[in-house]
Write a protein that binds this ligand. Sequence first.
Ligand code: URA
Length: 225
Amino acid sequence: MVSYIYYTRFIAKNRSFYYAEVMSENQTKEEPLKQIRDEVINLKESPLYEYRVINNYYPVIGQGSHNAKIMFVGEGPGRNEAETGVPFCGAAGKILDELLASINLPRQEVYITNILKDRPPENRDPLPEEIKIYGPFLDRQIDIIQPEVIIPLGRFSMAYIMGRFGLKSELKPIGQIHGQIFSSNPLLGPSVKIIPLYHPAVSVYNANTKEDLKKDFQILKQFMN
Ligand code: URA
């Protein structure tokens, strides 16, 4: 009996430690993430700022768990995303949702963001000066969330993320390295796995790419709880 009471007290005590820890971890992530949001909202020096304002668009910062083990990084918001502030909520988002569902990975358990936080006109490819201005915000999101696995979606995110984690020498066309697991350079901080995948938008028009994406998604299962 005594040991049972002791045991339940022990569990309760540890549980409250656990909650306190999770709470404070969430709080410590919340503030710097809000800071990023506020800085992006006021990023008047961005070449995409005026386009956002004229069109009444929102910046698209990111969505998902601040404690996510898996982070997806797209290129830049499309029209649906800029009208709502939610990443991957249009046609490409529908495919991403399908792919997540195919491995039973709830969207709210991962973190989804882009390199560019504002919509480029007509969804054109990101320009180097845009990547230069928005890249540091993505770097800070990664440092705060500390995912174990980063999934760059498409060649621009792949090049940025692999460069950032010391993998420039391993860069090849995405057709050759999609679905491969790369380990970050240990000199650059805590270990991160990088798995480049095709951008889901490509698979809207290309059934082969969609099949590749489906197969590549299976790899993520080993990183899920
Ligand atoms: N394409 C992207 O790269 N990001 C989005 O958020 C939507 C479409």
